[in-house]
Design a protein around this ligand. Sequence first.
Ligand SMILES: NC(=O)c1ccc[n+]([C@@H]2O[C@H](COP(=O)([O-])OP(=O)(O)OC[C@H]3O[C@@H](n4cnc5c(N)ncnc54)[C@H](O)[C@@H]3O)[C@@H](O)[C@H]2O)c1
Length: 369
Amino acid sequence: MTATTPRARLRLGIFGAGSLAQKAHLPVAKAHPDLDVVALCDNNLSRAEMVAQEFQVPQVFSNWEEMVKQVPLDMAIVCTPNIFHAPISIAALEAGAHVLCEKPMAIRSEDAERMAATAKRTGRILTIGHHLRFEPAIQAVKTLIDQGKMGRIYYIQARYLRRSGIPGFGSWFTRRELAGAGALFDIGVHALDLALYLLDFPQPETVSGVSYAELGSRGRGLGGWGADIFKTSKDFDVDELSAGLVRLAGGAAIQLEASWAGYNPSSEFIGIFGTEMGAEIVREGGPFKLRLHQDLNDMPAVTEPVLPQLQAPVPQKQYWWEIDQLVRAIRENGQPMVLPEESVITTRILEGLIRSAGSQAEVRFGKNK
Ligand SMILES: NC(=O)c1ccc[n+]([C@@H]2O[C@H](COP(=O)([O-])OP(=O)(O)OC[C@H]3O[C@@H](n4cnc5c(N)ncnc54)[C@H](O)[C@@H]3O)[C@@H](O)[C@H]2O)c1
């Protein structure tokens, strides 16, 4: 019998030691047999040191450029405020790492395009943190669409609304210079990603959008996440509610709604209109449910399939899948679930929606972008 040499684990570096890294990336990475978390960076050094101690990460940095320069990485996770996603991801790719960058990919489409181009040029994998794609309801409906069972999909409602969910006033989330936008970039990006994924990412033709900050600007609608939510500043110059109609090449359209706060119930909902069948994907506590709508002998019928449960060795199941599929893509020279070119399209649409809201006019996208 010949002994097999165990393969070396991938050296993982994490940029940002805030809420998401602590809640999701670090517990998943520490439990993953193929990953060795070798370094952690946060510009708040005491936070970085505390988190590194908790998760036994040997090297700690307060400056991301130093970490990129000093630590050879096979894989990097970028979970800093949005403004830093592009520069850190690009530097990590240039240094040879495969990168999982949190959503939103970038706050400007030129940055997203540069990130995608860098991944292509360096031959490294870049993927974006859209863990909701792994939800069984999304995968089930995607399979039905791909098999043609729903006919042609011509309209999708994509809604992610929170009743009171503004991250602490004065944290980076509520400042445009650091976040790019508010609810739209924070949760609207997930809803838009799902809708575009189900439609196979057609190019956008036009977007018409509106944005509001009616509650946040008066200190209402507070939620509570993010590492710096107890800062006392009242800075709030982002949207708390944005909505838009996106027309896509081929004729389909997406109606997007995202809010952190509003006098309306919280709702996570995707409504899909196909020529043969429709579907609702809705969160009513717990994982998403799927309901299918069709005609049976000319009678309207609703079916609620029993979905498989997402299985994972840790409670953070979608994050396990997100990280594990990247590890497998790296090991097997494969593709990740979320491609950078896809998130470039998402970024362009979100940017267009903001522009449209500001100018109170429809935005038309160029042909070859
Ligand atoms: N996929 C998801 O569902 C999901 C959920 C939550 C957050 N996110 C994304 O993850 C990112 C982080 O969110 P969070 O909730 O953890 O925020 P957070 O505020 O809790 O953490 C961000 C951390 O980054 C650190 N930081 C700030 N500037 C830095 C810099 N220049 N270099 C290194 N570290 C820096 C902060 O000190 C903080 O510890 C955001 O982009 C957010 O949109 C995604």
